[in-house]
Write a protein that binds this ligand. Structure first.
Ligand SMILES: NC(=O)c1ccc[n+]([C@@H]2O[C@H](COP(=O)([O-])OP(=O)(O)OC[C@H]3O[C@@H](n4cnc5c(N)ncnc54)[C@H](O)[C@@H]3O)[C@@H](O)[C@H]2O)c1
Length: 361
C-alpha cells in the first residue's frame, strides 16, 4: 500500500478507542497496514455485518480490548499496560436521535468518557499525541450559509451535539490546564488536538437513522427507502477522507507538538454539501435498483437543517484536502455493500483504501 505518511506509523504504538465501530474499524485497518501496533479499546460490535467483524481486524491488531470508557480506572490500567505513543479517541454514543432517548448515557460517554481518556493520557509518560474526535455538530448551529470555522463558538441543540460541544470545551480546558504549549517539555510531553468531520459514509456502517445504512437495509429487503429529512443539507464525505486528515495531523503533531495542538475541521468539498434526498438518489443509481419514499412530518425530532464546515485551515496549514467528489464517495460506499456478502472484506477494504489514494494523484 502507498504510504502517504512517509513511514511515520511503522512501529508506533497507537491506541484507538471505538475500533469496533464504523470509523474506528477503518482507522485500525489502515494503521495496521502501515505497520502500527494497534491497541483497540471499545465495547462489542453492534452487528455481525459490521466492518470490524467481517474484516477480522480484531484478530490482527496487537490488543483487542472490550472496556467501557466511562470506567476511568480501567482506562488508566490499559494505558499503563500498553504505553501507547499516539491516541485516537473515537469511542462515543454518536447518534442524534438516540441521544434524545438516552441523554444521560450520551453525556456520560461523550463528555466523561473523553475526560477519562485525557486523564489516562495524563497518567502515563508515553503518550505524545492525542487526537480527540468530536463532530461538525459541536458548533453552535446558526443554520448559516457559510461553513463554521474552528474559532467559532461551541453549542448544540440536541443532547448528542451539545455533548460533543461540551467535550470540545473539556478538551480545550485540559489543553490549557494540563497540556499547555507553554509548559511543553517542562511539565508534560503531550500534544492534544480535537477534530471535527462531517457526515461520514462508507462500507460497514449499520447504525440506526443514518442514510446509507437505511438505504442498504431497505434495498436488501426489497422495500422502499423511507426518507425522514429529505431536505436536510449535510457535508457528506467518505470515511477515508477524515481518517486521512486525523492521521496526517497526528504525524505533524508528533514532529511539531506545539504547532498543531488545536481544533481542526476535516469536512468535504463545498459541492459535497447536498440534501439527504440527493444522496439517496445517488445510492439507488449505484445499487442499480430501489425507490424513495418521503416520510417527513412536522413532528419529526429537531435535527439541524443546514451544516457546513470551513476547511481552509486544514488546507493551508496541513496541506490536507478531500480527494473525492460526492459521486465518487457514494460509488465507493455502495461498492462495499454490493460486495461484502461474497468477498474477503479485509481485502475489499484494502482495495478501497488504494482506490481512495489513487484519486489524489
Ligand atoms: N459517522 C459519522 O457520520 C460521524 C460524523 C462526525 C463525527 N463522528 C464521530 O466519530 C466517532 C466514531 O463514530 P462512528 O460513526 O464510527 O460510531 P460507531 O457507533 O460506529 O462506533 C462507536 C464506537 O465507540 C464504542 N463505544 C461506544 N460507547 C463506548 C463506551 N462507553 N466505552 C467504550 N467504547 C464505546 C463502540 O463500541 C464503537 O466501537 C464518534 O466519536 C462520532 O461522534 C461520526
Amino acid at each position: 500500500m502507498i504510504d502517504i505518511f512517509d513511514n511515520f506509523y511503522r512501529g508506533k504504538r497507537v491506541l484507538v478507542t471505538g475500533h469496533t465501530g464504523f470509523k474506528g474499524s477503518w482507522l485500525s485497518i489502515w494503521l495496521y497496514e502501515l505497520g502500527a501496533e494497534v491497541i483497540g479499546v471499545a465495547k462489542k460490535p453492534f452487528t455481525e455485518c459490521d466492518n470490524y467483524v467481517l474484516s477480522g481486524i480484531g484478530s490482527k491488531i496487537k490488543a483487542d480490548i472490550r472496556a467501557d470508557i466511562c470506567d476511568g480506572e480501567r482506562m488508566k490500567q490499559i494505558f499503563a499496560e500498553f504505553q501507547p505513543d499516539i491516541v485516537f479517541h473515537l469511542a462515543a454514543q454518536p447518534l442524534v436521535r438516540l441521544s434524545y432517548e438516552m441523554p444521560v448515557e450520551t453525556y456520560a460517554t461523550n463528555v466523561m468518557g473523553t475526560i477519562n481518556i485525557m486523564e489516562a493520557i495524563r497518567a502515563t509518560n508515553n503518550v505524545k499525541v492525542g487526537v480527540m474526535i468530536t463532530t461538525d455538530k459541536c458548533y453552535e448551529n446558526k443554520e448559516q450559509i457559510w461553513g463554521y470555522r474552528e474559532n467559532e463558538p461551541m453549542g448544540g441543540y440536541d443532547p448528542y451535539s451539545s455533548s460533543k460541544g461540551a467535550a470540545e470545551i473539556a478538551i480545550a480546558s485540559w489543553r490549557c490546564s494540563f497540556f499547555n504549549s507553554a509548559d511543553y517539555g517542562k511539565k508534560h510531553h503531550v500534544s492534544l488536538a480535537s477534530v471535527r468531520a462531517g457526515n461520514v459514509i462508507g462500507g460497514g456502517d449499520w447504525a440506526l437513522d443514518r442514510i446509507i445504512p437505511d438505504c442498504i437495509k431497505a434495498l436488501e429487503a426489497g422495500k422502499d427507502i423511507d426518507i425522514r429529512n429529505p431536505q436536510a443539507i449535510r457535508p457528506w464525505q467518505h470515511v477515508l477522507e477524515p481518517l486521512s486528515g486525523y492521521m496526517l495531523l497526528a504525524s505533524k503533531m508528533w514532529k511539531e507538538p506545539t504547532k498543531y495542538c488545536e481544533g481542526w475541521n476535516f469536512g468535504p468539498r463545498a459541492e459535497s454539501i447536498v440534501p439527504v434526498w440527493d444522496v439517496a438518489t445517488d445510492v439507488i443509481k449505484n445499487y442499480g435498483s430501489g425507490q424513495l419514499n418521503d416520510i417527513s412530518t412536522p413532528n419529526t425530532l429537531h435535527e439541524a437543517k443546514l451544516l457546513m464546515l470551513d476547511i481552509s485551515k486544514a488546507k493551508f496549514l496541513l496541506g490536507w484536502e478531500p480527494r473525492m467528489n460526492i459521486h465518487q464517495c457514494i460509488a465507493l460506499t455502495v461498492d462495499w455493500y454490493k460486495r461484502y456478502k461474497d468477498e474477503d472484506v479485509y481485502a475489499l477494504c484494502l482495495e478501497q483504501i488504494e482506490t481512495y489514494l489513487a484519486y489524489g494523484k
